[in-house]
Design a protein around this ligand. Structure first.
Ligand SMILES: Cc1ncc(COP(=O)(O)O)c(C=O)c1O
Length: 481
């Protein structure tokens, strides 16, 4: 007798078979990416064509088996494990972390309260304490995990607001103009966090950057004085470690000193670059980080987990219990130190069991894994920058501090606007051809090509090939401008 639909949906034997097939397929795919990969990094199709092809799949009452479907998704996705993927800052997840992600997806422990994730709550506590000690925080530090750097930054600023307004903002609403100071190069989610909190454009004070795109700490004093004269209460500074566009590290020690002098909260947006704390060679880039009140760190960027896996660390962990001074009596206990009820301190109620991805990596490979990965990527970026400088038609925007390199095709005798058009066209051709994946950014209104080296198997030979490709395309396109 054929099983009913619900029993079929939960059939253990079918799961076993499909799961084995999928893992075999992914292992083959990974091997293919690591040998000479002939696949395009991104099999480009326009959004409309892509939508139509999937609509056709659905309206023909899907003909493909589930494994054929998985295979099709695989082949039509961005191949992040491809060593010629050098685009946005997303990790190629290490397989053991991806397996932990599957476990989280399957177990679906919602984490808001201890009993809805006993193992993953304890692991989260342990991992956050360990990571806190790696940024030289002491025993009073700790943290939570949350769904992405964007949410972590918002959460940190909500905590700062509570602490610096003594909970008044939460209870009474915001009845005076609060503000933060942040580099004009900060990630757009900081601006968004300020707007979400209802402080408007006046709530974000953008500090200009120096030649290396680092926040000018010499200007903090005058901007603070001016903000006070305008009747604003500045409560925090957000420092970028590092910035998204250029990978520039703000001077954390200097900013921390300023914050201490003026009783400001210091939040470090280290979504991308706080991971450098694990690199014995490069950790001086975050000198002073242990003086920050809070730090955002994405594991799904340089630390080899899949998204979203973010840590939000607090120098004084008790502050994180103040973030949401709310009592949902059916859910949240009144105790202030119940680290195990994670929903009390996060925007999410239900969240994924993200800590198990992080711990799966740590317990398998130890801290050395992250040291090697970050160090290798930063070393490669420095070599890539040197390769760019050797070519006279290429212009390096700045010497990279991190694994992010901005440059452009810049032949002589061409106007600024033509240069922008040319580089946009080069990047579009690269995108559509799929041999590499790179992105672009605007620096002071000028378009630059942007490479983030995320994969430890990207080689100098591949990068040389990329530069040949860009130069060739640039020459051809220039004739048409
Ligand atoms: C500096 C910085 N902050 C925040 C974010 C946002 O992080 P997420 O994508 O995890 O929300 C990014 C993403 O690139 C980033 O580079």
């Amino acid at each position: 007798m054929e099983k009913d639909i619900l029993h079929r949906a939960y059939d253990p034997e079918q799961f076993r078979q499909q799961g084995h097939q999928l893992v075999d397929r992914l292992a083959d795919y990974l091997a293919q990416m690591q040998s000479e990969p002939h696949l395009a990094v991104l099999p480009w199709q326009s959004p409309e064509d892509k939508l139509h092809s999937w609509q056709a799949d659905f309206s023909n009452s899907p003909q493909l088996s589930i494994n054929q479907f998985f295979d099709r998704v695989l082949m039509e996705s961005m191949h992040i494990h491809h060593p010629r993927y050098v685009g946005h800052q997303v990790a190629a997840p290490a397989p053991v972390a991806a397996l932990a992600g599957l476990l989280s997806g399957f177990l679906n422990n919602g984490m808001a309260v201890y009993e809805m994730g006993p193992a993953s709550s304890a692991i989260e506590r342990m991992v956050m304490k360990q990571v806190a000690s790696k940024v030289d925080y002491d025993d009073s530090a700790g943290g939570i995990m949350t769904s992405g750097g964007t949410l972590a930054n918002l959460t940190a600023l909500l905590t700062a607001r509570q602490i610096k307004t003594k909970n008044k903002a939460w209870e009474e609403g915001v009845n005076k103009q609060l503000a933060i100071m942040v580099s004009e190069e900060a990630h757009y989610c900081v601006d968004r966090a300020v707007k979400i909190m209802g402080w408007g454009e006046a709530g974000i004070i953008r500090i200009p950057v120096d030649q290396m795109y680092r926040m000018r700490t010499d200007l903090l004093q005058s901007y603070l004085i001016q903000a006070k004269q305008e009747g604003k209460q500045v409560i925090a500074i957000v420092a970028s470690a590092c910035s998204t566009s250029t990978g520039s590290y703000d001077d954390l020690a200097e900013t921390a000193h300023f914050c201490q002098q003026h009783n400001l909260w210091l939040h470090v947006d280290g979504a991308h670059g706080a991971a450098v704390a694990f690199s014995s060679k490069y950790r001086s880039l975050v000198k002073g980080i242990s003086q920050a009140d809070s730090i955002t760190l994405d594991f799904h960027k340089m630390l080899m987990t899949s998204a979203l896996t973010t840590g939000l660390l607090f120098k004084d962990e008790s502050h994180s219990f103040a973030t949401f001074a709310q009592q949902a009596s059916y859910l949240l206990s009144k105790e202030k130190t119940d680290w195990y009820n994670s929903g009390k301190r996060t925007i999410e109620c239900t969240k994924r069991m993200m800590s198990i991805q992080v711990y799966a990596l740590l317990r398998t490979y130890g801290w050395q894994l992250w040291d090697d990965n970050v160090t290798q990527l930063y070393d490669l970026a420095a070599r890539f920058a040197a390769m760019i400088q050797q070519r006279n038609t290429l212009d390096l925007a700045l010497s990279p501090q991190a694994n992010i390199v901005c440059f452009r095709y810049a032949p002589s005798r061409i106007s600024a606007s033509q240069l922008n058009v040319l580089n946009v066209q080069i990047r579009q051709q690269i995108l559509e051809e799929g041999k590499f994946y790179i992105v672009q950014t605007r620096l002071k209104e000028e378009v630059f090509l942007r490479v983030a080296l995320m994969n430890p198997f990207t080689t100098e030979a591949m990068l040389n090939d990329l530069l040949d490709d860009i130069t060739q395309k640039g020459k051809e396109l220039q004739r048409e401008i």
